[in-house]
Design a protein around this ligand. Structure first.
Ligand code: G6P
Length: 451
């Protein structure tokens, strides 16, 4: 089976192979820290061996429940935020029809899937309630802590809506909770209300949790083969379980991005040429942003969608401040073939392209951009993905998770905590008047010119 590979030849004008070699001993240490669980954040390394030692019974239970949801409902609502949302959305967007929810019933045997709890927009919730009106609904609420405000509020609203529709007894069979095995409000509520629960292992943090029930239940409901996803992750687990830089493309990526960072390339832009990879970029940003952005350091992860953004952000990348490098998700071969039709009168002057497919043009844009950005002073890293498939989704997820862990250790941070996200939460609780947060309220209201 072909593999995901890493190519940094378009960064060699900025870094030398000797610099990569010089990091070999450090990489060996970082590898051991991850595998022997001796580094910072070692309580959260359950994801490292997950593809080899995952709970097979749980996976079967997920498949059965997914089938049940497919049969019982027209719609699945997935409530979650951050790591309890992005991985599933990335998989469903990458591996399903581009217009999945709009497909007619005879073309899509699986439920429509909507996400909630990842924003606090009244408008979004109103519109969602309108779109699900008259349809049969199942809901998967996902929260590791079980206490995150946005999904908890969205769940409260949707739970009330569902109880009104199906009764308290009826919803027992339609609400599925994915949370900690014993802690948190969601766990307590699920026990009290009698919801079926799925467990997020203690030692797997939110942004590393897509290969557990967190990602797998919604992904399976969409009709995606989660066994194949795990197979891909397992292959990555085996391929990347060595610290030989020459062989380990994932570690090469971690090393190269750190060398570039140390040379002032502080922004990494993840590039895709397939709209279905948009949420892969969102997932990747959380993974790297929360893992590395701390102690006043870390690469700023950004993402762009080409060729759309070549007509907007392309200007900045080509010509703006030179603190950027790009990492391109390059899909080597696409199944879909769309031909460019010949026209008798060549009014738009495009007849010279009629021997080519749309994907040929997309690849042409990729190669042209690669050279242009190289000329413009932007190092380009390429991650070659043989094709868009469940298997390579799993492989890619594990590739990035491991690169992120290693990269964080190279940077000297704990890649498995996120202390920075608490700041806004504390302010919010204070301002909204949560009990126990009264102390700074007055001072905060003054700062907002509300007193
Ligand atoms: O799964 P939950 O506990 O609800 O957390 C959801 C998300 O919220 C947080 O604030 C964290 O910054 C994220 O790392 C996490 O993925």
């Amino acid at each position: 089976m072909s593999k995901i590979t890493f190519n940094y030849s378009k960064a060699l004008g900025y870094i030398g192979n000797h610099e990569i070699k010089a990091l070999e001993p450090t990489i060996d240490i970082a590898h051991k820290m991850l595998h022997d669980k001796t580094g910072l954040g070692n309580d959260f390394l359950g994801w490292v061996d997950l593809p080899a030692f995952y709970d097979k019974k749980e996976l079967e239970k997920i498949k059965e429940t997914a089938e049940k949801i497919q049969n019982q409902s027209d719609v699945l609502i997935v409530v979650g935020i951050g790591g309890s949302y992005l991985g599933a959305r990335a998989a469903i967007e990458m591996l399903s029809h581009s217009f999945y929810n709009l497909l007619p019933k005879n073309k899509r045997k699986t439920p429509e899937i909507y996400f909630a709890g990842h924003n606090m927009s009244a408008r979004y919730i109103k519109d969602l309630l309108e779109i699900i009106e008259g349809k049969d609904i199942s809901l998967n609420v996902i929260s590791k802590s079980g206490t995150t405000t946005e999904p908890a509020i969205a769940f409260r609203i949707l739970k009330a809506y569902m109880e009104n529709k199906y009764g308290k007894e009826g919803v027992k069979d339609r609400i599925y909770a994915t949370t900690d095995k014993e802690q948190g409000a969601l766990k307590t509520m699920s026990e009290e209300e009698g919801y079926e629960t799925f467990v997020i292992p203690d030692d797997v943090g939110g942004r590393y949790s897509v290969l557990t029930a967190v990602g797998f239940l919604p992904i399976a409901v969409a009709g995606i083969d989660i066994g194949q996803v795990m197979e891909g992750a397992y292959e990555a687990y085996k391929d990347l379980n060595n610290s030989t830089l020459e062989k380990n493309h994932c570690y090469q990526y971690a090393v190269v991005r750190n060398i570039l960072y140390n040379k002032g390339k502080t922004v990494e832009v993840l590039v895709n040429y397939e709209p279905s990879l948009y949420y892969m970029g969102e997932w990747w940003k959380q993974l790297f942003g929360e893992s590395e952005g701390k102690d006043h350091k870390g690469i700023f992860p950004a993402s762009v969608n080409f060729s759309t953004d070549l007509h907007s952000m392309g200007q900045y990348i080509q010509d703006g401040r030179r603190n950027i490098f790009e990492t391109v998700l390059h899909i080597e071969s696409l199944q879909e073939e769309v031909l460019i039709p010949q026209q008798e009168k060549d009014l738009d002057g495009l007849n010279y392209l009629t021997e080519k497919t749309v994907d040929d043009i997309n690849k042409g844009i990729f190669e042209a951009t690669l050279l242009a950005h190289d000329d413009g002073g932007v190092p380009n890293l390429i991650i070659n993905i043989p094709e868009i498939s469940c298997y390579f989704y799993g492989y890619l997820v594990y590739f990035f998770e491991k690169a992120c862990g290693i990269s964080g250790y190279l940077l000297g941070v704990n890649p498995f905590d996120q202390p920075g996200v608490e700041a806004y939460k504390n302010n919010m609780f204070t301002l909204l008047g949560k009990r126990g947060y009264e102390k700074q309220r007055e001072e905060m209201l003054k700062r907002l010119n509300k007193l």
